[in-house]
Write a new protein. Structure first.
Length: 52
């Protein structure tokens, strides 16, 4: 079983749904990563430029 199939099985077990075909896993994987990435929200906040 490849990595995509393993992740599909784990995601299906976690959500209680059916396994997603490996070629359709990018979106759920990215959404889960973004939800768990603690640096993303602060990295997107514009910083004030120091006044000179």
């Amino acid at each position: 079983m490849g990595e995509g199939n393993s992740y599909a099985a784990a995601l299906a077990a976690e959500t209680g749904g059916d396994a997603i075909p490996p070629e359709k896993l990018a979106s759920p994987m990215l959404a889960k990563f973004m939800a768990s990435d603690r640096g993303s929200p602060t990295a997107m906040i514009p910083r004030a430029e120091p006044s000179g």
